[in-house]
Design a protein around this ligand. Structure first.
Ligand SMILES: [Zn+2]
Length: 505
């Protein structure tokens, strides 16, 4: 919590600068951030009655009610729909039956059967109670990237209609050695959007594939297989009126199982993965290997809610500064020993919610801000940035004059640190302000040290950035904190320990 206080005071100071007319002006005086109160918020949101705050559950209803009460108690004004505190976000929730099985068969050879959450992990965003796929051919498409601006095309016009695309995670030069043709084309170890699983599914859908399977790799994904399967076959998507795309199934192959599948098809996955780092890579059919399955799906249309509050600005009320964090976590699922367990989401992201509540309190204690300050507690971030995406598509205060979005996702809990990390460097001048404030605290600002994790694509600031709003994400997955107690090695221990149970607790 102590480091959280550090960060937030940095944040407030940044805002103090933005809210006043000149950088040189005296920063306004705010009430100090109260770490005990933040702990209390985290403890409450992470407690059993909130059931892990999954959209569509009683825990979600309790969470939204709690947030509205908090915003009210702080003395904010509602910024939701129809003068209220919330914005409805329509979602389609699906869950694939836990014991589902998938057959892989090659004519004339013995088949392989994969079981959900063991060798394969499948989800769907189709509103159907059953998904049936018969003998859909498998095609390995390398990293599954089509990036003309980087002179890269993994697909080479391969026809994916009705087929299953098998794809590597991360982007083509994640493992490149210097001198290789791909080296540097995708930002070196820094993950580009082409490395994210979301992009890979989108691209497979654009090409008419019926399914897309990503080969899991702990290093390249930055999280273990246990994180992949933690969602228990659930999927949430924005419930839009458009006809759904061709992709009936998306999912992951466990690494060893994927190797076995390729071996059955007479192929060497490691050799193909190396070949995929060359621009002349061509998709490879898995030797007539085809997928057959019949899956039962439970489907539910539901309304979740963003919670929104504001402090109107005095001189520039139409210009907004948006603070956001997500209220959702992963709800309940089967634990390692079969029993139900709640995944409380204390750090991710009750800590961010606690931060924006505390920032709101601080603002209310100081002089009225010149610009309108908006506080957004988004739903369904963990399910694909759904709440923030919906808000950006349906803003309740025009985003044309949104001057900044600060997104707080996962505060660093390891302790006071000498450094502070910038996620997605080179975007805007907010980062310079951030560095100035960090320096005033005697801290060094560093660019994200683990850029292969693609943090910039993993939180609610992304839809705002895409809409042209200057963003500053604060995410503590970006590098190892140099802790006052114990230095970088203690910081590494903290972050690695956290990532090993990421999204599971
Ligand atoms: Zn999060």
């Amino acid at each position: 919590m102590r480091s959280a206080r550090f960060k937030i005071s940095a944040f407030l100071s940044v805002l103090g600068l933005l809210g006043s007319t000149a950088l040189a002006a005296e920063p306004p005086v705010f009430a100090p951030v109260n770490p005990a109160r933040m702990s209390e918020v985290i403890r409450t949101l992470a407690s059993d009655p909130f059931e892990g705050r999954s959209p569509g559950t009683i825990g979600a209803v309790r969470t939204v009610n709690y947030l509205v009460a908090q915003f009210q108690a702080i003395g904010l004004q509602p910024a939701g729909e129809k003068g209220g505190w919330t914005q409805e976000v329509p979602m389609l929730h699906t869950r694939i039956a836990p014991d589902s099985r998938v057959q892989f068969q090659q004519r004339g050879s013995e088949g392989l059967e994969f079981t959900q959450s063991r060798e394969i992990y499948l989800t769907t965003s189709h509103p159907a109670s059953q998904i049936r796929i018969t003998e859909a051919p498998l095609v390995f498409v390398g990293y599954g990237v089509d990036a003309p601006a980087r002179d890269w095309d993994d697909f080479k016009n391969v026809d994916l209609k009705g087929k299953i695309a098998v794809i590597l995670i991360n982007d083509p030069d994640f493992r490149a050695k210097s001198g290789e043709a791909v080296a540097g084309r995708f930002g070196g170890r820094t993950m580009t959007y082409f490395g994210r699983w979301t992009y890979k599914f989108e691209e497979a859908a654009r090409r008419g594939a019926v399914g897309a399977l990503i080969v899991h790799d702990t290093e390249a994904a930055s999280y273990p297989w246990s994180t992949v399967i933690a969602s228990g076959g659930e999927n949430f998507a924005l419930d839009r009126p458009e006809t759904p795309d061709s992709l009936l199934l998306h999912g992951w192959l466990e690494n060893k199982a994927a190797h076995e599948l390729f071996a059955r098809a007479g192929l060497d996955l490691d050799a193909l993965s190396e070949a995929a780092r060359r621009p002349d890579f061509k998709p490879v059919a898995l030797g007539g290997m085809a997928l057959t399955t019949e899956l039962d799906v439970s489907t539910q249309h539901l309304q979740s809610r963003n919670v929104l509050a504001k402090i109107p600005g005095t001189t520039h009320p139409d210009e907004t500064i948006i603070y956001g964090a997500h209220w959702d976590a992963f709800g309940k699922s089967k634990g390692p020993h079969g029993g139900d367990m709640i995944r409380h989401g204390a750090i991710d992201d009750a800590s961010g919610i606690a931060a924006i509540l505390e920032i709101a309190r601080a603002f209310k204690s100081g002089p009225a801000p010149e610009r309108t300050i908006v506080f957004g507690a988004w739903t369904a971030e963990e399910r694909g940035l759904l709440g923030s995406t919906w808000y950006v598509e349906h803003p309740l205060i025009s985003l044309d004059k949104a001057v900044a979005n600060f997104t707080i996702d996962v505060l660093q809990m390891g302790g006071l640190s000498h450094n502070a990390f910038l996620v997605g460097a080179g975007q805007n001048s907010l980062q310079d302000d951030f560095a100035t404030i960090a320096a005033s605290q005697g801290r060094v600002t560093q660019n994200e040290a683990l850029p292969e994790r693609g943090a910039f694509y993993r939180a609610d600031h992304l839809p705002f950035a895409r809409a042209g709003v200057p963003v500053l994400p604060i995410m503590d997955l970006a590098g190892y904190p140099d802790l006052v107690n114990g230095g970088v090695s203690a910081g590494r221990k903290w972050l690695d320990g956290y990532m090993a149970c990421y999204h599971q607790l």
